[in-house]
Design a protein around this ligand. Structure first.
Ligand code: ADP
Ligand code: ASP
Ligand code: MG
Length: 419
């Protein structure tokens, strides 16, 4: 018998009726003769609400206690979904990450999975039970509960799928598949039948939060066949994420994402000496501050200094501010400037490789709209531009038109707008 991993996100489990709908989707897969492992997120906005509760008590809650708190959301979902499956007459058992043995690094809030024990999962499967696993959480060797970072249940699902070498990993959400861009922002975005791991990884990294980037990274590494499909339309197979060798590339740009969750930091007038960039980024790494776009300006001859600009997650801003003094004492900059009014608009496509002129087309489109570009970064299959937040939607729409990412059909999305 084949094992199928199904993952259901918070939007698919937002209330009791939706949990019953998910139970039906699980039983449907079981009835097809498959063994089923289900990974779930917390119901609706539970995780956001738990974070708000913590902040009512403390501005700087301990990371250990935050993980302890946030992991409870998924525990509610596994128990309720398992009960709903029992009501349909099927045997099912719920398991936390620790009960399964999802072992992670010893870091809180963004821990990476290092291994998954399969003995208990396999035992339940052998007994014909459907196993419902809490996503987004794991446990360290020392028995500490950890979480994998926001949106991390996708990664739990793909990691289990990879470890057990299952037939398929289906990620169910509130959209009918992966679209050329967020269909809630551009309702005429086109649904993709398939997308390569590489392109999906770039899209996820630049802010298409439909899949957790680390889930795509894991799927790519272990060649896990992965689908993004709708929990509200089980007959639609959604979008297949597959290896690039299976793809024929006709268009230079496959998708676009807009990320408003970053801030830009500029360290002004850093002495132009070997070792300064290393000192700066080593310090940021020491405090586990992840950096995205980095630009170092041309050294000015008069002052023999340059500016170093980079972007970090908005959620890390408080932590960054707490290390500003240390940066100043090491690099002696004239100023540290923080710019929160930014949105990163990125186009992604494997077809960009060896096709000159795509960047020029992107910049020209933004120029025609009168949109100023604050920062640019590129990879082989991605170009990102930082613009002012108020221009994010206009830039997204103009670039969708330019690279033919929109069509006439309106996308099917379910539920309420994300916060
Ligand atoms: P879940 O609760 O199922 O994990 P998420 O909110 O994490 O759901 O992800 C689904 C959302 O991702 C959609 O509602 C949609 O607004 C957003 N999204 C962003 N980019 C895309 C895209 N390219 N294709 C489809 N959905 C996208
Ligand atoms: N519940 C967690 C979150 O809201 C994990 C997830 O949804 O994947 O981030
Ligand atoms: Mg998600």
């Amino acid at each position: 018998m084949s094992i199928i991993v199904q993952k259901f996100g918070g939007t698919s489990l937002a209330d009791i009726d939706k949990i019953k709908n998910v139970a039906n989707a699980v039983v449907r897969e079981k009835k097809l003769g498959n063994d089923v492992i289900v990974v779930v997120s917390a119901m609706g906005h539970t995780t956001d609400n738990l974070i708000k509760l913590a902040h009512k008590i403390s501005d700087h809650p301990s990371e250990r206690e935050m993980d302890m708190l946030m992991s409870t959301g998924e525990q509610i979902s596994i128990a309720l979904l398992t009960m709903a499956i029992h009501e349909l007459g099927y045997s099912a058992v719920s398991m936390t990450g620790a009960q399964v043995g999802i072992l992670t690094e010893e870091t809180f809030s963004k821990a990476r999975i290092v291994d998954i024990k399969t003995d208990k999962l396999s035992e339940h499967i052998k007994n014909g039970e459907i196993v419902i696993v809490a996503g987004f959480q794991g446990v360290t060797k020392q028995g500490e509960i950890t979480t994998l970072g926001r949106g991390g249940s996708d990664t739990s699902a793909v990691a289990i799928a990879a470890k057990l070498q299952v037939e398929r990993c289906d990620i169910y959400s509130d959209v009918e598949g992966i679209y050329t861009t967020d269909p809630r922002v551009v309702p005429t975005a086109k649904k993709l039948k398939k997308i390569s791991y590489e392109e999906m990884l770039e899209l996820a990294r630049v802010g298409a939060n439909v899949l957790h980037p680390r889930s795509v990274e894991t799927a790519k590494q272990f060649q896990v066949p992965m689908r993004l499909r709708s929990s509200f339309n089980l007959d639609d197979l959604g979008t297949l994420v597959i290896g690039v060798e299976n793809m024929e590339i006709y268009k230079p740009v496959t998708g676009l994402a807009c990320d408003k969750s970053q801030v830009r930091v500029v360290i002004c007038d850093v002495p132009d000496r070997p070792g300064n960039a290393s000192k700066l980024f080593s310090l940021l790494a020491k405090y586990e501050l992840s950096v995205d776009m980095i630009i170092q300006s041309y050294a000015r001859h008069v002052s023999n200094t340059n500016d170093i600009a980079f972007t970090i997650d908005k959620d890390d801003l408080a932590k960054f501010v707490s290390v500003e003094n240390e940066i100043s004492s090491i690099l002696n900059p004239s100023n540290i400037h923080i710019d929160e009014d930014i949105a990163k608009v990125s186009i992604v496509g494997a077809g960009m490789i060896d096709r000159p002129g795509i960047a020029a087309q992107m910049f020209e489109t933004l120029a025609k709209e009168g949109i100023n570009i604050k920062m640019i970064s590129t990879s082989e299959i991605k170009i990102s531009c930082l613009v002012e937040k108020m221009h994010a939607k206009q830039a997204t729409e103009a670039l969708c038109r330019c690279f033919e990412l929109d069509g006439s059909n309106v996308a099917l999305v379910h539920g309420t707008l994300p916060d």
